[in-house]
Design a protein around this ligand. Structure first.
Ligand code: GRF
Length: 194
């Protein structure tokens, strides 16, 4: 079995990245993790990835004159890993249309809401403010419009009486850690098309 080489982009904690790394430890999983990149050299997730024996790289966007220069440097790192798929996992930089087009159909993200509801930041606060009975997470292809690309998979969780943004985030995160490996596997097996 040829496994889809997958690069993961993070900015912080990296718990979704860790879930993908754990899933890929199974030799039967159709994707392997080729590298973990961060725009934040202090991202905690980098330590987890390095400890797991995965190549890591960090380039702070702050040291580049603008997005094109930063993305050119990031592409150089990614090209070195020869990824079939790039998975964003809490990557907090908006990517340019050029970057999205270059990796179109191979660039995916996990977002903590049931898109198209609750785009952007503070999704759990948004869900509580809207009074929805169900909330959840979405894995989607990344296109130039923020949180707008075609949906690959979603997982739902209930909103319970007394929920706070934190309690809801914790419930959604458990669902994220199951959903992302499943969605990556489906893409890697060619079961999902852009
Ligand atoms: C997750 O909720 C993810 O859906 C969102 O950012 C958060 C990242 O968490 N895009 P982690 O770094 O994967 O722990």
């Amino acid at each position: 079995m040829t496994r889809a080489r997958t690069a993961i982009l993070i900015s912080g904690r990296g718990s979704n990245m860790a879930a993908l790394v754990e899933a890929a430890k199974d030799p039967g999983f159709p994707a392997e993790i080729a590298g973990v990149f961060s725009n934040n050299p202090d991202a905690a997730g980098l330590v987890f990835a390095a400890d797991a024996g995965i190549p890591t790289a960090a380039l702070s966007h702050k040291f580049y004159a603008g997005k094109p220069a930063f993305e050119a440097a990031m592409n150089e790192v990614l090209d070195g890993w020869r990824p079939d798929i790039i998975a964003l996992a809490g990557f907090m930089r908006l990517l340019s249309a050029e970057f999205c087009t270059r990796w179109a159909g191979r660039l995916i993200n996990i977002h903590p809401s049931l898109l198209p509801l609750h785009k952007g930041l503070h999704t759990h606060e948004q869900a509580l403010a809207d009074g929805v009975a169900e909330h959840g997470c979405t894995v989607h292809f990344v296109t130039p419009g923020m949180d707008e690309g075609p949906v690959i998979a979603q997982a739902r969780v209930p909103v319970l009486p007394g929920d706070t943004a934190d309690s809801l985030a914790t419930r959604v995160l458990v669902a994220e850690h199951r959903l992302y490996p499943d969605a990556l596997a489906r893409l890697a097996r060619g079961e999902v098309v852009f």
